[in-house]
Design a protein around this ligand. Structure first.
Ligand code: NOJ
Length: 493
């Protein structure tokens, strides 16, 4: 079964190594500027998180909405993929998902009970442009208008992601999807259309969710939609086109959005953790972070591909122009980071690269999903590296969370103490970061509720709320109470 062939663990390893060059080290700009980068805002509190820290939850369109045939929505590559036999572990799909499309008012009350003040959701491109481009669907934004209005009425800030992997199938069929830079341009047109209509109320937009996963699992290993297994050079071209789509969208959002609009990516950066926190290992982990993210985040923040990235790619390097790099590095307002697990523990080494990536012992702990290694310090190091390497002044943790077995006890309660343990430890590390001045402005827990976990179907439950997929009934797990208390105290419980 294709979904068994590549575990996320293998993916993390391969994605990391594929970006790794064999020579040419560079320190990158701003490496020694953490103090300047973070001292600009003195947001320290004696205990807990900064006073203006924003707590939220996150979901994405295909994983929660359902209603795939309603109000003129066109098919996406995930509809096609999930309906292809052998792709989804439990043979399910997102046709109905959690029915958020109809139950959003109830879901907003769940957010309110938690005390969250922000909600990250994604907009389904095929609802807005059923054919991917051309004539917009007149009803395409109706749902998002209703959702945004209801959020604001409940004092919850909307944070919209423009692309969470549900490419209109028509663009895959007509253009070859992200293998073509025409898709990057179509993405910018869609972004312009959406911001023109929503930015009176939505002030924060994420361009693309997890470039890294959509490129590798979708186009190299065939484990995510569109299920392709492309050559190394085509995979690198896809990554370049996605980066170009990000940059073109940033420009389109600024050109069409109202004043005060803020935009950035939401990336699962390859996470490089110093194995032991010595100055030499920390420096090695910074170098590794820059090189292992060279194809996307580094290019966005530096405006060029590193020498090491190009040297390692050799003849498979993407085709691009200087103008492309200028577009890719269009100024952004923040970096969104999805933080789940350590990809690499790094040890300083006297080699050309300056670091060694420690192999993971078989005994390394993980959560219910075997790919989800438990490494709370990831939540400290990833934002710290990003702030320091690139002098980034505003960061959001756009996702963090875990699946669990979530069995109800005899009294009916789901005592998900494994999720609480995970969150407590990751949030402790986030508090460590903010107390040192790393400029993390907010945190979006993945996820508000159980949902369609891509090729794992409904078998991996990431929610604070349990969803009964027969009745669509939502029930808070014990972790919902944990998160509510954390938010109320603005401190780790
Ligand atoms: C990251 C993805 O953005 C999200 O869609 C997914 O459900 C979570 N990780 C958990 O795997």
């Amino acid at each position: 079964m294709p979904f068994k062939r590549f575990s996320r663990r293998q993916f993390g390893r391969i994605a990391g190594w594929s970006a790794l060059a064999t020579s040419m080290l560079s320190t990158g700009p701003g490496l020694a500027q953490l103090d300047e980068a973070t001292g600009a805002r003195n947001r320290k509190t004696s205990s807990g998180f900064p006073n203006d820290f924003l707590w939220g939850t996150a979901t994405s369109a295909y994983q929660v909405e359902g209603a795939v045939n309603e109000d003129g929505r066109g098919p996406s590559i995930w509809d096609r993929f999930a309906h292809t036999p052998g792709t989804i572990a439990d043979h399910s799909n997102g046709d109905t998902a959690t029915n958020h499309y109809h139950l959003y008012k109830e879901d907003i009350q769940l957010m309110k009970t938690l005390g969250t003040k922000a909600y990250r959701f994604s907009i389904a491109w095929p609802r807005v442009f059923p054919e991917g481009a051309g004539s917009p669907n007149p009803k395409g934004l109706d749902f998002y208008n209703r959702l945004v209005d209801e959020l604001l009425a409940n004092d919850i800030k909307p944070f919209a992601t423009l692309y969470h992997w549900d490419l209109p199938q028509a663009l895959q069929d007509r253009l070859g999807g992200w293998t073509s830079r025409d898709t990057s341009k179509a993405f910018a047109d869609y972004a312009a259309h959406v911001t023109g209509r929503l930015s009176d109320r939505v002030k924060h937009f994420f361009t693309i969710n997890e470039c890294s996963r959509l490129v590798h699992l979708g186009h190299e290993f065939g484990a995510d939609a569109p299920g392709l297994k492309l050559s190394p050079s085509d995979v690198k071209q896809v990554r370049h086109n996605v980066a170009l789509g990000h940059g073109l969208a940033v420009q389109a959002i600024r050109a069409n959005g109202q004043a005060g609009i803020r935009v950035g990516p939401a990336e699962n950066a390859v996470s490089c953790i110093p194995a032991i926190e010595t100055p030499a290992n920390i420096r090695a982990a910074e170098i590794a972070t820059r090189e292992l993210n060279a194809g996307y985040l580094t290019a966005i923040l530096e405006g060029e591909y590193t020498d090491a990235y190009l040297a390692q790619a050799g003849k498979d390097a993407p085709k691009y122009t200087a103008e492309d790099l200028r577009i890719i590095s269009s100024p952004i307002d923040f970096v969104g980071l999805n933080v789940y697990m350590p990809d690499h523990y790094v040890v300083a080494a006297d080699n050309e690269r300056g670091f060694t990536l420690a192999p993971f012992p078989k005994s390394f702990p993980h959560m219910k999903a075997t790919w989800l290694r438990t490494g709370p310090e990831t939540m400290y190091w990833v934002p710290r590296h990003v702030a320091k390497l690139w002098n980034v002044k505003s960061i959001y943790i756009t996702e963090n969370g875990t699946s669990g077995s979530d069995q109800p006890a005899a009294d009916g309660t789901i005592y998900d103490v494994d999720r609480i343990m995970y969150l407590r430890n990751y949030l402790t590390q986030l508090q460590r970061a903010t107390s040192e001045g790393v400029p993390v402005l907010g945190y979006f827990l993945w996820s508000l509720m159980d949902n369609f976990e891509w090729s794992d179907g409904y078998e991996q439950r990431f929610g604070l709320h349990h969803v009964d997929f027969e009745t669509r009934r939502r029930t808070p797990k014990l972790s919902a109470a944990f998160y509510r208390e954390t938010i109320a105290r603005n401190a780790v419980m």
